[in-house]
Ligand binder design. Structure first.
Ligand code: ZN
Length: 133
């Protein structure tokens, strides 16, 4: 069985980390299988990690120090958000995760995050594709 669904996210800041674990669990429509969680935007990301405030601040700090403001990126001639795209390249636009007993089968300290890299934005779309039984 293959089931597809999606949901929208509105973001409030230029950089924002949103825990979407419970939203995904609420939309899971198979007992066991695999789910692809995909952001349809090239200035955002989907990642799995620990929902600890200091660590999430560290992620922002790391990305800002990897993709420095001081360079003149070519994409800025188009729409001035090269750094947002480049941070997205370093992360990922999707995760594939196991589903067990109609829930994400995550580790104790793992959450699924939508990362906004060029907000604030309305109607960011995350698509879910579930394959299983
Ligand atoms: Zn752009």
């Amino acid at each position: 069985m293959i089931i597809q669904d999606s949901f929208k996210i509105n973001t409030n800041k230029n950089f924002e980390i949103i825990d979407i674990t419970s939203q995904i669990n609420n939309l899971i429509a198979i007992e066991n299988g695999i789910i692809s969680i995909f952001s349809k935007h090239s200035t955002s990301a989907i990642v799995v990690n620990e929902n600890e405030k200091g660590l999430l601040n560290d992620l922002e700090f790391m990305l800002d120090n990897l993709v420095l403001d001081k360079f003149s990126y070519q994409h800025n001639r188009i729409d001035n958000n090269a750094r947002s795209h480049l941070k997205s390249f370093l992360l990922s636009s999707s995760e594939s995760l196991p589903i067990k007993n109609r829930k994400l089968d995550l580790g104790t300290w793992q959450s699924v995050f939508f990362i906004e890299l060029d907000g604030p934005r309305h109607n960011r779309t995350v698509t879910l594709t579930m394959v299983g039984e």
